[in-house]
Design a protein. Structure first.
Length: 174
């Protein structure tokens, strides 16, 4: 039975083989041996390529699943909003009906309905007329690094204390 190896193990084994082949190629001038070594290395790349392709397909599957979940979240959020609005309208309807009937309480075996006064609230109908003493100024957000300005400065060779220019790699799957 063949042993299943992880991608990192296959990558390490391939790197070791590639280093050995490079040493052997450097040590020989025989074109046939060089071609044989290159063919061997190419043949040994297959398990690595196959495993890497499998990982790439898995990444694509997870990305698709994540996208579908995001779409579903938006659909469910919209559905929740619609249902919440329906609950609000039906409660208002029930309150109007109880008020029209002059009833403050309805008791049933499964539920009790009561008309209650809400705590006092303020309706602001013209904000411009409110005196400054009754206005509040929100605290400004703390300053944050302007990454676009920093990267532009660093690319121009300007030293920005606490920052350095770096470039990472990523995998593109097509």
């Amino acid at each position: 039975m063949s042993e299943k190896k992880s991608l990192i193990v296959l990558a390490q084994e391939y790197r070791e083989l590639a280093d050995l082949v490079a040493e052997r190629i450097d040590a020989t001038e025989d074109e046939a041996e060089i071609q044989c070594l290159q063919d061997t290395l190419e043949g040994e790349a297959y398990p690595l390529e196959t495993k890497a392709a499998g990982v790439a397909f898995y990444i694509q599957k997870l990305s698709s699943l994540s996208d579908a979940i995001g779409i579903r979240q938006k659909e469910l959020a919209e559905r929740k909003r619609v249902i919440d609005n329906r609950v609000k309208r039906i409660k208002e309807y029930l309150l109007e009906c109880m008020a029209a009937a002059g009833v403050t309480k309805i008791e049933c075996p499964d539920v009790t309905l009561s008309r209650r006064k809400n705590p006092a609230s303020v309706e602001v109908f013209e904000e411009g007329l409110i005196p400054q003493a009754y206005m509040r100024t929100p605290t400004p957000p703390p300053p944050e690094p302007d990454r676009k300005a920093i990267i532009a400065a660093l690319k121009e060779g300007i030293d920005v204390p606490g920052c350095r220019l770096m470039q990472k790699e990523r995998v593109d799957i097509k």
